[in-house]
Design a protein around this ligand. Structure first.
Ligand code: MTE
Ligand code: MO
Length: 372
């Protein structure tokens, strides 16, 4: 059993798949803290968790012609200037179960918890690439990452991001060795992972073994044959993965974490809580909440850390206290967020449904009963 050596996990996690391990925190725990505690941070593994040793770990950075390849120990990485940022990580499959309800898709049944936020510390990728002699070039180029996790044929997890993002100090791409003040937990990439603020989780390669600059995107399955969006009309007989770009920056997202679907709330006043986030450093500027399925709206209060313009890497938590209209037996609660480019969420899943169930960001809806 290649999974025999996987770490022990927190019992509160809702497990979507045991081998490989995939799990999310329950909604009410997700927004209990602005920073998600490490033990309940959602986990998305495609393969067994490698058991790496901090002393023998090496990161290989392939240099350009005329540059120098680097072979970095953890202590070597500590010598680069330390950079610390709060970043929300979201899987492309977050909220996939809502797409499944509309029409079958292939993928893990994530509820709204395939998203979490941590304080990450590490070396800036741009500093490490510069040390190896890499520069921005005029022609298209990509930074390819390889994990030290692999399948029985020896194929490693891999992904890539454009070189322009990797070299941009303002994009703050990290080779992270710390998560919330601790060494990375094994499930989250011990000892080193990539953190690409504002970009889909799949590019944040864990257990990082190799970094190289290539003229093409990574040839990994997860870069080329997965994590892409398609028209609702495309099915598994007609899909052409080469025709769509790989997902990088994610669209605007929000969800309700309290109350839960099917719950009974007290009459009088109801408190509604949730999260909102957008990709590419776009800040959430507003969250609208409706108690009547979208006929009338309230503006929620945004909590959590104020985000910097163009560098809004982390989510906002939000809440709304609203009177329950007298005589109502049930509420159809809806939320939708707006980012600073005025991007909005689609109202239903149908027009964004896709065969892989990614990019699921329709208005989130929760139906509750009102106590008599
Ligand atoms: N890196 C490696 N090496 N192997 C993986 O399976 N999964 C990716 C990414 N990095 C993965 C990986 C995906 S799809 C996501 S969403 C994030 O890691 C999840 O990170 P987390 O488990 O720390 O939440
Ligand atoms: Mo993912």
């Amino acid at each position: 059993d290649p999974y025999i050596d996987d770490p022990i996990r927190h019992p509160a996690l809702k497990v979507n798949s045991q081998r490989p391990f995939n799990a999310e925190p329950p909604p009410e725990l997700l927004t209990e803290n602005y920073i998600t505690p490490n033990p309940i941070f959602f986990t998305r593994n495609h393969l067994p968790v490698p058991n790496l040793d901090r002393e023998t770990y090496r990161l290989h950075v392939v240099g350009p012609p005329g540059g120098q390849s680097l072979c970095l120990s953890l202590d070597d990485l500590y010598k680069f200037p330390r950079h610390e940022i709060t970043v929300t990580l979201q899987c492309a499959g977050n909220r996939r179960s809502e797409m499944t309800q509309f029409k079958e898709v292939r993928g893990l049944e994530w509820n709204i918890g395939a998203i979490s936020t941590a304080r990450w510390a590490g070396a800036r990728l741009c500093d490490v690439l510069a040390k190896a002699g890499h520069q921005l070039c005029e022609t298209e180029a990509h930074v390819c990452f390889e994990g030290l996790d692999s399948d029985p044929t020896g194929t490693a997890y891999g992904a890539s991001i454009p070189l322009a993002r990797a070299m941009d100090p303002e994009a703050e791409v990290l080779l992270a060795y710390e998560m919330n003040g601790q060494p990375l937990p094994r499930d989250h990439g011990f000892p080193v992972r990539v953190v690409v603020p504002g970009v889909v989780g799949a590019r944040h390669v864990k257990w990082l073994g190799k970094v190289s600059v290539e003229p093409e995107e990574s040839y990994s399955h997860w870069q080329r044959r997965d994590y892409k969006g398609f028209s609702p009309s495309v099915d598994w007989d007609t899909v052409d993965f080469d025709s769509a770009p790989s997902i990088q920056e994610l669209p605007v997202q929000s969800a309700i974490t309290e109350p839960k679907d099917g719950e009974t709330v007290q009459s009088g006043e109801v408190t509604i809580k949730g999260y909102a986030w957008s990709g590419g450093g776009r800040a959430v500027v507003r969250v609208d909440v409706s108690l009547d399925g979208g006929l009338t709206w309230h503006v929620a209060e945004l909590d959590g850390e104020e985000q910097r313009p163009r560098k809004a890497w982390a989510w906002r938590l939000w809440q709304l206290q609203a009177p329950v209209p007298a005589g109502r037996k049930e509420l159809n609660i809806v939320c939708k967020a707006v980012d600073d480019s005025y991007n909005v969420q689609p109202d239903t899943v149908a027009p964004i449904w896709n065969l892989r169930g990614v990019l699921s960001n329709a208005w989130h809806r929760v139906h509750v009963h009102v106590a008599p």
